[in-house]
Design a protein around this ligand. Structure first.
Ligand code: 9YT
Length: 126
């Protein structure tokens, strides 16, 4: 059994900070599991473009408000606490935070902990 706190990840190389989001990768590939779990903050007033070409990501909002737009269809979905979205079609998308948004993110396959998006919005496989 693995028992870990987000506090254990703070200040380690499994904590990543970017201009639009920060993420603490609490459970990762190094733990020998088939998915990773991240505690992520999307910063208020930002827009990010993401495309998880090689991963399926589920995102569960626990704090804050914003929206996600599917790039190919223009469909916009509101996000508030209790909303989950899952990119099961590897959808290219824009994420906009109206306030700080705290999201619990699950990735399959698991991230190794240090990933940031490349110029195409992709996480390469770790
Ligand atoms: C919701 C989202 O995709 N945020 C970007 C960071 C990512 N979730 C991560 O690596 O934790």
């Amino acid at each position: 059994m693995i028992v870990r706190s987000v506090e254990d990840v703070k200040g380690t190389d499994h904590e990543v900070d970017t201009p639009t989001w920060s993420s603490r990768r609490i459970l990762t590939k190094q733990d020998g599991v088939s998915f990773s779990v991240h505690d992520t903050m999307i910063k208020a007033g930002t827009e990010s473009y993401f495309w998880y070409k090689f991963h399926v990501e589920a995102v569960y909002c626990i704090e804050g408000e914003g929206e996600v737009e599917e790039k190919d269809t223009g469909k916009v979905h509101s996000i508030k606490p209790g909303t989950l979205y899952c990119l099961n079609g590897h959808e290219k998308h824009y994420l906009r935070a109206f306030t700080d948004m705290r999201m619990i993110c699950v990735f399959d396959p698991p991230c190794s902990g240090k990933e940031v998006h490349d110029k195409d919005g992709i996480y390469q496989l770790g």
